[in-house]
Design a protein. Structure first.
Length: 483
């Protein structure tokens, strides 16, 4: 399969926090891969901006190291790397002061799109936005890219939206949720709205329940300070899982266009019922044989922050009333496995006898690893002996179906950065969407705080606390195994 790459016009990109971890791991390697794919023209200019003292050569070394460390070695080509490094410059910049801004202004080319990537802590978002405006660096068609966390509750998110809005229009603000850049996540929309097969069944009449699982094996080591103030609800549920839920539950937008898609997602968030106390389970990982506990990783022996959460969510609208959506995410679990499982109801009547006929179909969309889809169907077991039914998967691994090149998906970040350059906001969150998500999560967090709730300790390498299993058992259902 030949992948189709549409080159963009050349652009100026300034990465604030250009020497940071996100730039090193994701942004710079992603840009290199797009460059190798022929999407980024040689005249493009990329400026790293940060507090530390460096010159252009130092920064190019930093970029080269990032590429060598985080891009698959089969894509290392010294000639390409050298050509890529020529795009880079460095400006020592004080986000809270005056240094560096005139220089950045003087380096901007007059007639190209300017993109400003805020790969910095949230407290610097507003000061940078204000300076881009004051030093006349940003133009009416410039774009800013803002990383999560976007606020830590409704109030702070609203304040941040207002501050950014005083310098930039909504069409210039790209709030990143990297889950929306994942190939399979976008495939969710293709599967739902590009086929006639699923949509007629996609409602509470035919769907028994939906499970969304994002399981990780890593702990919070190294990010304990940040994580302890966030927990799984702020770090994963309010954004990534919420986005998955929206794409699964939303009505078909009239077209695949930014506001049409985001309007439909917003309606889902606004239709979410408040979650009852007994519909949420919070956990915290204990120490493993050779790994530390959450309390050690967070360096906070008193911490009541959750590293695991499971919850039952209800979307109260005509399509979904009565079909629960179970969310589950956690760290230090048995396997790294993210998937969405749509569990259909049993056929209304079994012509094969009670035992054999009643098996629900399950559509599983695997986000990672091994992206693909799998539909469990019932067939007759081959051979004599009557009508014995068995379940088999109709399995489509994207790597197998599309061949190695076709399944060599761009990483979420590289796809999203190119969308910013093209000005396509479909896979970015709108301000009202982020606020609605906080409006739903805030009461949940406040209730924990008021009650002084403590998370349940679970074993490293398990599938979370047993109470999470009970959350489904009492509804007569079972989580799919994490594997
Ligand atoms: C980040 C969270 O947004 O997403 C991390 O802050 C989490 O805690 C990560 O590990 C998961 O992303 P991915 O792409 O590895 O599933």
């Amino acid at each position: 399969m030949v992948s189709r790459v549409i080159p963009v016009d050349n652009f100026d990109l300034v990465i604030f926090g250009g020497t940071g971890d996100l730039a090193r791991r994701k942004i710079l390697p992603g840009l290199y891969r797009r460059f190798v794919a022929g999407q980024i023209p040689d005249e493009t200019r990329i400026i790293g901006a940060a507090r530390s003292e460096h010159d252009d050569d130092d920064y190019r070394h930093f970029v080269q190291d990032a590429v060598c460390e985080f891009v698959a070695s089969k894509k290392h080509d010294q000639e390409q790397i050298n050509a890529f490094l020529k795009l880079f410059f460095y400006v020592k910049t004080d986000a809270l002061g005056e240094e560096g801004w005139d220089k950045i202004a003087s380096m901007m080319k007059p007639d190209v799109i300017r993109v400003f990537y805020f790969s910095v802590g949230p407290r610097l978002f507003s000061p940078i936005a204000e300076r881009l405006h004051r030093f006349e660096i940003a133009q009416d068609d410039s774009r800013i890219v803002v990383e999560k966390p976007f606020g830590r509750d409704l109030e702070t998110a609203r304040a941040l939206n207002q501050e950014l809005a005083s310098h930039f229009d909504e069409h210039q603000i790209f709030r990143i949720d990297h889950y929306l850049g994942k190939e399979t996540v976008q495939n969710l929309m293709a599967v739902r709205f590009g086929n006639i097969l699923f949509e007629p069944l996609w409602n509470s009449q035919y769907v028994d329940h939906i499970q969304i699982t994002v399981a990780e094996t890593v702990g919070v080591g190294g990010r304990g300070g940040y994580y302890d103030k966030s927990g799984a609800i702020r770090d994963m549920v309010q954004n990534h899982l919420m986005q998955l839920l929206c794409l699964i539950a939303m009505e078909p937008p009239s077209q695949f266009e930014h506001d049409a898609v985001r309007d439909e997602k917003l309606k889902v968030i606004r239709a979410l019922d408040p979650v009852e106390r007994d519909e949420i389970v919070r956990g915290q990982y204990g120490a493993g044989d050779d790994s530390s506990s959450y309390l050690e990783d967070s360096e906070n022996p008193e911490s009541t922050t959750e590293s695991f959460i499971a919850m039952k969510v209800q979307v109260s609208n005509w399509r979904w009333k009565g079909t629960p959506i179970y969310l589950r995410t956690g760290k230090r679990l048995r396997a790294r496995a993210s998937e969405i499982a749509v569990v259909f109801k049993d056929p209304p009547h079994s012509i094969f006898g009670q035992q054999d006929g009643r098996r629900g179909n399950v559509l599983v969309i695997r986000l990672q690893p091994d992206e693909g889809m799998n539909l469990r169907v019932t067939i007759k077991e081959p051979g004599p002996g009557g009508m014995r039914l068995i379940e088999v998967p109709l399995d489509m691994s994207f790597a197998e179906a599309l061949g190695e090149d076709g399944a060599d998906f761009p990483d979420a970040y590289e796809r999203l950065i190119m969308d910013v350059v093209r000005g396509n906001q479909t896979l970015f969150m709108r301000g009202d969407e982020v606020e609605a998500a906080w409006a739903w999560t805030d009461p949940i967090i406040e209730a924990w705080q008021e009650r002084g709730d403590k998370p349940i300790t679970y074993d490293t390498g398990s599938s979370g606390p047993d109470d999470a299993l009970a959350l489904l058992h009492r509804d007569g259902r079972r989580w799919r195994e994490i594997k």
